[in-house]
Ligand binder design. Structure first.
Ligand code: FCB
Length: 453
């Protein structure tokens, strides 16, 4: 084996509730912000929605059995908050709870370890109606919801992830407006980040105080931000993009401060700074058991006049791209892991998402030979191996995603799955990449000639 991983390295697959579950108003589930956002015409490609999605709500047994058959030991999934608290913070919907109980039982049957994301963007609409993450009360409501879940399932869940990708939730959801809840206010987005980070810290504190079993961490989407050229203005654009996308999250979590240069930049460009209360930064920077990193691409920043408030734009340079338009640069992953290792106190890391969207073709014999996806995954798994060799404390790698699913504003136009889902019949077909990944897992690594046998 050319790229052998340690015995206890955790291989997994990742998913999220709204993207796969469907059953949007079954068993007492309340409306969430993605239901609302998708049901407004024009928000999503082809006006798609997650009403049915992959129907995981009814097909979880079949899907978990497939994870088992492929031999994948970790399943990352998220909890639909509005299934648990449909109409308000007071009453738990036991039917919603029962669904997750069944999912966990099914995983236990095959000894697949559950990794649970507590927030993967589907806030209940009742909470959005009073301001959502822009309202400081969201910290309390989120903590209560998490307490309900953790109390119920602790000891049976390997890892808890408080929040998935606060950057996307804040800026796509509250500044660009292409994700739910569809707002367009930069200052509100920054306030949202602050409340999400506090909410994360508040759950970590609860977890420690109550001495719950298991591990707890957060997931960030991170990527190297390189200058598009050697020009000084592009170097500055890259620094600003890095501050905006990476350091604005890593610094508070690991150093207890927002980056000085970005505070200066924002205040110099009419952005209202988030209201930070005494104790907030200590709350945010409590120690976590792992940092989850979702890695997909590298971006190249160039100065761009007229683009308030950050004044940069990004390109993919000459790199090959996926169907999503994301540059394929695997060395960026090694570099990113090493940077965090060096600059943020050598935390334990897990790649909680990595994968690629390509248009798949179903051959006449019914097979899906997605060699480009295999190539992408192979390159990135090697990049992980390299980082470990260089000293990074990388404990696991999860592929995004198990199934072709609802990819947010792009609807069903981007498929990341190891398993194809027929949009009409919802039938599942394991792709070549699924079988290939199963082999990587069983061999605990890969060889350079790694071809499908
Ligand atoms: C990440 C999300 C995940 C999925 C992938 C492609 O930003 O966490 O839900 O959409 O991108």
């Amino acid at each position: 084996m050319d790229y052998q991983f340690k015995e206890d390295f955790q291989w997994g697959v990742a998913t999220a509730a709204y993207q796969i579950e469907g059953a949007w108003r079954e068993d007492g589930k309340g409306e969430n912000i993605w239901d609302r956002f998708c049901h407004i015409p024009g928000n999503i490609a082809e006006n798609a929605d997650g009403d049915v999605a992959c129907d995981f709500y009814h097909r979880y047994q079949e899907d978990i059995e497939m994870i088992h058959k492929l031999g994948i030991p970790v399943f990352r999934f998220s909890i639909g908050w509005a299934r648990i608290y449909p109409d308000g913070p007071d009453k738990v919907n036991e039917k919603g709870m029962a669904f997750y109980e069944k999912v966990i039982e099914e995983l236990e049957k095959y000894q697949i370890k559950p990794v649970i994301t507590l927030y993967h963007w589907d806030m209940p609409q009742w909470l959005q109606d009073i301001g959502g993450w822009t309202n400081r009360e969201s910290i309390r409501y989120f903590t209560e919801f998490c307490e309900t879940m953790i109390q119920r399932f602790e000891g049976r869940v390997d890892k808890w992830i408080t929040i998935n990708e606060p950057w996307v939730c804040a800026f796509n959801g509250h500044y660009w407006g292409d994700f739910a809840p569809g707002l367009r206010d930069f200052s509100a987005a920054l306030q949202t980040v602050h409340h999400m980070l506090c909410a994360h810290g508040s759950v970590v504190r609860l977890f420690r105080d109550k001495q719950y079993r298991g591990e707890i961490g957060i997931v960030l989407n991170l990527c190297p931000k390189d200058p598009a050229s050697e020009k000084e203005e592009d170097r500055e654009a890259a620094r600003i993009d890095d501050g905006f996308s990476n350091r604005w999250f890593l610094d508070p979590l690991f150093k207890g401060t927002y980056p000085e240069d970005m505070i200066e930049w924002y205040t110099g460009h009419q952005v209202v700074m988030p209201a930070v209360r005494e104790g907030d930064m200590e709350l945010i920077s409590q120690s976590i058991d792992f940092l989850g990193i979702n890695y997909y691409y590298v971006e190249f920043a160039k100065k761009c006049e007229g683009r308030w408030p950050l004044y940069f734009d990004t390109t993919t340079k000459d790199y090959p791209i996926t169907a999503y338009g994301w540059a394929i640069v695997e060395e960026g992953l090694t570099r990113l892991l090493m940077r965090i290792h060096r600059e943020y106190g050598q935390p334990r890391l897990i790649v909680t998402e990595n994968g690629a969207s390509f248009a798949d073709v179903i051959e006449e014999d019914g097979n899906i030979n997605d060699d480009r996806r295999i190539d992408y995954l192979k390159r990135h798994i090697k990049a992980c191996h390299k980082a470990i060799e260089q000293g990074a404390d990388l404990a696991g790698y999860y592929v995004w995603s198990l199934l072709d699913n609802f990819e947010w504003s792009t609807g069903y136009q981007n498929s990341f799955g190891l398993i194809h889902v027929d949009r009409r019949t919802l039938d599942r077909t394991v792709k070549k990449s699924g079988y290939w990944y199963g082999k990587v897992v069983s061999g605990n690594g890969l060889t350079d000639e790694d071809k499908m046998g």
